[in-house]
Design a protein around this ligand. Structure first.
Ligand SMILES: [Fe+2]
Length: 131
């Protein structure tokens, strides 16, 4: 395996682990909302999810830029949409509009699952092909 292929394989492995962690954080938030956990617990889970997602999206975007990736703009739009939804949840939760949270968590979980299966998979395949 040459150096570019090694770098790309490692980048894909790191991204896979980050997706697992992101889904784990979202599922934990979903479970906490469902069992009506304390507001402070839900708030800190939202904060952890947002921080992790910001860092993860930034690293994916950096990788796409480094590789002059052709689907960068649409892919980044997805990231912006997901972060906006997460921030909306945090603001709604802070304002006490907790009834909005379960539906929004469900929407984000569906969106992110689709994003990983489509746009992130396309990026992983692009790197796997040695770009
Ligand atoms: Fe992505």
């Amino acid at each position: 395996m040459n150096r570019i292929a090694e770098f790309n394989a490692e980048a894909n492995a790191v991204t896979d682990r980050e997706h697992e962690e992101q889904l784990r954080l979202l599922q934990a938030l979903s479970d906490a909302v469902e069992r009506q956990a304390a507001a402070s617990e839900v708030a800190s889970m939202l904060e952890a999810l947002i921080s992790y997602s910001e860092a993860h999206f930034m690293s994916e975007e950096l990788l796409m830029r480094m590789k002059s990736y052709d689907d960068y703009e649409d892919h980044q739009d997805d990231h912006v949409n997901m972060l906006t939804s997460m921030q909306f949840m945090a603001v709604a939760h802070e304002a006490g509009h907790t009834a909005l949270i379960p539906g929004k968590v469900h929407d984000v979980l569906n969106f992110i699952t689709l994003h990983i299966a489509t746009r992130d998979k396309r990026l992983a395949d692009y790197l796997r092909l040695g770009n």
